[in-house]
Design a protein around this ligand. Sequence first.
Ligand SMILES: [Zn+2]
Length: 276
Amino acid sequence: MAGVRNKSVIIGLAAGACLCAGLAAQALAPALAAYYTPEYLSFKSAIIAEFKRARPGRFSEFASRGSAEPGDEHKVIALTFDACGGRNDGYNKDLIDYLRAEKIPATLFVTGVWIDKYPEIFAELAADPLFEIENHGLLHRLCSTEGRSMYGVRGTRNIGGVIDEMELGARKIGSLTGRRPVFFRSATAYTDELSRRVAGRLGMEVVSYDILSGDANRASAPTMSRNILAGARHGAVVIMHFNHPEWPVAGALRRAVPELRRRGFHFAKLEDFTVK
Ligand SMILES: [Zn+2]
C-alpha cells in the first residue's frame, strides 16, 4: 500500500491521546473471557510462538511511516479522531455534523469499549462512507510487550496482551461492519517496535500522528487551530478526539479548515491517503 506518511513532528504537549483509559479498561478486563474462543486462543498462541525471541525495541509515540515526496502539488492532510472509551466519554455530535456538512472525509479510531457504550451511533458512523473506522484497541490499553506505561495509562503486560488489544479490537469492528481495520493506534499513541511488528503480522499498520491538535490537553479552539495550521504539510496526520463533546474540536476546525483549503489542502481518509 502506498502511503503517505509522516515526517513532520509537531511535538507538543504531553499526552497526544486521551488519558481516560485506565479505569474503564480495568473494570472491563474480565469481559475478555467472552472473546477467548478456542480458535482465538490457538491463533494467539501461534503468534506468541512466532515472536518468542523478539526484543521489545524502542518505546515511543512516533512510528516512522515514510514521508511524502517533496514537490508534490496535490497536498493532502488526514484528520483522525479517536474515541477512547473512558468513564466520561461521550459523543461529539457537533463535530461529526460539521464534518458531514463540509463533506470532510475522516478516519475514526474507535475502541471496543466505546462501541459497547454507543452501539447505535457506532453503526451510524460505520455506515457513512465519509468515515473510515479503524482500530483503537479493544479496551484502550497502551500496547507494550513488556508492561510499559505512559501518562498513568497502564500498558499491556506482554505480547499476549498486545495481541488481545489489537486482534480482538479488529475482530469486533470487523464483525460489526464487515470491514476489518487496517490501521491501529495504541492508547496514548505510545507503543514499542515489537508491538508494531505484531500489528503487521495481524494485518494492521500502527499509526501515531504528526500534528498534535492539543484537544486532550484542553486547548482552546484558537490554540488547536494554530497547532493544526502550524504543522500542516503534505502527508501530515492530525490527531483529535470525537468522544468529548465539551472539547472545542469543531470550533477549531471551523477556524482551521477554511485556511487549509485556501492553502490548497485536501482531506483524505488514511485508507485513501496516497501521495499523488
Ligand atoms: Zn485514546
